[in-house]
Design a protein around this ligand. Structure first.
Ligand code: HEC
Ligand code: HEC
Ligand code: HEC
Ligand code: HEC
Ligand code: HEC
Ligand code: HEC
Length: 209
């Protein structure tokens, strides 16, 4: 079992060594292509079993009634990418290439990779659910990620909560807290409306025209 990968490793290390003077191990390992692991979420939960991991399983992405939901496709790996190398005990979670890690910062996956992981299903060419657009919208043009506004490791994404949503928006749109246009129509109680009742933040025409 272990001899074949080792041999491959040595051979590709030799190849890599003839090219550039690089880190001897990493490039060789990166040549191995991971596949989806066979046991679905179980192969991840062995090591990742905290409350956030239970939360995502209570949320809409694990709705088995929906044939397009990650739980009906590759479970966790529908978003995080194929994990056969990552899950192998031999690597103890440090397998290469790394899984897609969401968020901002140098230790996270490149932004395009993160956005593509979600748009695989939610993009214009996605086969499930509503398509959301997003590419080319003002938030996309400013390099804002899906996970800046969305939390998927939650039973219910807090973005659906009136106040949590407003707080998420005010993190960047500070002035709107006090300077947002006021509406005098008595038919409208602005405090009871979400920002998203008037603004579709995924769309190029994000202003409420
Ligand atoms: C053998 C234990 C183990 C298994 C099984 C495992 N992981 Fe990990 N995982 C780890 C460890 C340890 C880290 C931290 C690695 C580090 O800090 O460099 C990690 C890190 C991660 C990260 C952060 C990004 C990264 O690559 O550092 C994600 C996302 C992740 N795992 C998802 C998964 C998914 C999805 C599965 C199932 C396909 C899975 N893990 C299975 C041990 C495991
Ligand atoms: C719908 C896409 C999606 C699915 C399905 C999903 N994740 Fe995640 N995962 C994310 C996002 C996005 C984050 C960043 C935090 C957040 O948004 O909640 C994350 C964060 C993580 C982290 C933390 C990495 C870090 O920053 O330390 C781990 C570990 C992880 N997920 C493992 C899993 C496991 C295990 C499963 C299956 C039980 C799973 N994920 C299912 C999208 C997903
Ligand atoms: C494998 C396909 C797939 C991937 C990948 C995926 N989603 Fe989804 N997502 C779905 C489906 C299907 C639903 C609808 C589930 C239902 O309600 O039946 C959904 C629902 C949602 C919702 C609505 C939540 C709600 O409470 O109704 C949000 C927000 C969302 N996804 C964000 C994301 C983000 C952000 C990512 C990337 C980190 C992502 N999705 C990746 C398939 C996917
Ligand atoms: C600037 C914040 C923001 C960003 C960035 C963002 N979203 Fe959203 N998203 C929202 C809000 C707000 C809602 C609406 C919630 C509601 O209906 O009240 C929403 C709703 C959704 C829904 C539910 C379907 C719908 O149209 O109501 C999905 C799916 C979704 N977002 C996926 C994504 C994905 C995938 C990305 C990245 C490509 C993304 N979002 C980027 C804020 C954001
Ligand atoms: C991470 C920061 C960030 C978050 C969070 C954020 N935005 Fe934005 N938003 C921006 C930036 C940057 C722009 C572009 C401003 C510009 O081009 O001058 C923008 C643009 C907009 C615009 C104007 C679009 C246009 O056509 O000019 C609206 C409306 C808007 N956001 C609403 C929202 C709402 C509603 C939320 C919460 C659901 C939200 N934003 C969350 C940073 C953010
Ligand atoms: C009743 C509908 C409504 C609600 C609710 C609403 N807005 Fe607006 N918003 C508007 C209108 C109308 C404008 C003015 C658009 C224009 O001048 O083009 C605007 C303007 C904005 C702008 C400035 C866009 C620009 O072009 O500079 C931002 C940012 C914004 N809203 C964010 C928010 C946030 C954040 C919330 C929630 C806390 C919110 N809005 C709630 C209707 C609404």
């Amino acid at each position: 079992m272990y001899r074949i990968p080792l041999l491959l490793c040595l051979v590709s290390t030799l190849v890599a060594a003839t090219a550039l003077a690089q880190d001897t191990e990493a490039p060789a390992r990166q040549k191995r292509t991971p596949s989806y692991s066979e046991e679905g979420a179980a192969s991840c939960l062995r090591c990742h079993s905290g409350p956030d991991m239970r939360a995502v399983q209570s949320g809409p992405h694990f709705n088995l009634q929906n044939p397009g939901a990650p739980a009906a496709v590759h479970y966790c790996e529908s978003c995080h990418g194929p994990g056969s190398i990552h899950v192998s005990r031999a690597h103890g979670g440090k397998g290469f290439p790394p899984l897609i890690e969401f968020g901002r910062g140098p230790d996270k996956a490149p932004r395009e990779e993160q956005v593509a992981a979600c748009l695989n299903c939610h993009g214009a060419e996605g086969e499930v659910f509503k398509t959301i657009g997003f590419i080319g919208s003002p938030h996309d043009r400013k390099n804002i990620n899906c996970s800046t506004c969305h939390t998927v490791h939650a039973e219910t994404d807090p973005i659906y909560d009136l106040e949590e949503q407003a707080e998420t928006c005010y993190r960047c749109h500070r002035k709107q807290r006090t300077e947002h246009p006021h509406f005098s129509a008595r038919s409208m109680d602005i405090d009871k409306l979400s920002c998203s009742d008037c603004h579709d933040v995924h769309r190029p025409w994000a202003t409420a025209d």
